[in-house]
Write a protein that binds this ligand. Structure first.
Ligand code: PEP
Ligand code: MN
Length: 263
């Protein structure tokens, strides 16, 4: 169903003021985790002002260690909904289990399937039965074929609003957190009509690499970006080392806009 042979024209996903695909680059930005009302609402205003049309923020966090901050759960979802009320931004947030799909869908616009759950087939089917758009992240060790077949699980349940997100893969390289293959963008554009989103934050793991890789992703034809932005990255509960400050995000958006016009 995702194949470009079956549907040659690119799919555009529109959720409220967020749009991605078919020539439109949609930007989702915000903190890795929702931490407080002040943190998420100030982030929402800042990323909107810079040009983002969706707010990201995790309430259910898939942390590598069980001793790390696990997210604010439903309280975090309520804060995201509040930020949406104040700014009109579409809300993107992760859902980690089938039992929580209805709860997360109640407060959000785009359900994020994290890299660790890309092959959680029951979860893919559950979001396939939801009326919310889905941001499917590539598993860190998944091939593109496996990634596309995971998307089919969602599409096959009747949900056509799927975005594919390259967030970096695991290689022998250690200078970046993951290795971010930007060739995924033109490759997926040949294979599928679905929008392709790049996550330069998890893809590199270093804030200083995020601006250049965002610009490069847009130059490669990405239909969207998902970028971690935090009011004070040094105090973030998760992923602060790869989060941009508000001014850094502003500058990155301005650079991306110039490239989008040029290519
Ligand atoms: C995230 O977006 O904060 C996240 C946990 O992403 P990934 O699933 O790509 O690791
Ligand atoms: Mn993160």
């Amino acid at each position: 169903v995702a194949s470009r042979e079956l549907k040659p024209d690119p799919t555009q996903i529109q959720v409220g003021q967020f749009k991605a695909g078919a020539g439109v680059v949609g930007v989702m930005a915000g903190p890795c985790s929702v931490e407080s009302e002040e943190q998420i609402v100030s982030s929402a205003h800042a990323v909107k002002k810079a040009g983002a049309t969706a707010l990201r923020g995790g309430a259910f966090k898939p942390r590598t260690s069980p001793y790390s901050f696990q997210g604010m759960k439903e309280e975090g979802l309520k804060l995201l909904a509040l930020a949406r009320e104040e700014t009109g931004l579409a809300i993107v947030t992760e859902v980690m289990s089938t039992e929580e799909v209805d709860l997360v869908a109640k407060y959000s616009d785009v359900l994020q399937i994290g890299a660790r759950n890309m092959q959680n087939y029951r979860l893919l089917e559950a979001v396939g039965n939801s009326d919310r758009a889905v941001l499917l992240k590539r598993g860190a060790s998944a091939t593109i074929e496996e990634f596309l077949l995971a998307a089919e699980y969602i599409l096959n349940e009747g949900n056509p609003n799927v975005m594919l997100c390259e967030r970096g893969i695991r290689t022998f390289e250690t200078h970046t957190r993951f290795t971010l293959p930007l060739a995924t963008v033109p490759y997926l554009h040949r294979k599928t009509h679905l929008p392709v989103i790049i996550d330069p934050s998890h893809g590199t793991g270093h804030a200083y690499l995020v601006p250049d890789m965002s610009v490069a992703a847009v130059a490669a034809g990405a239909d969207g970006l998902i970028i971690e932005v935090h009011p004070t990255p040094e105090t973030a509960a998760s992923d602060g080392y790869q989060s941009l400050t508000f001014p850094q995000f502003d500058e990155t958006m301005a650079r991306c806009a110039r490239v989008a016009v040029a290519v």
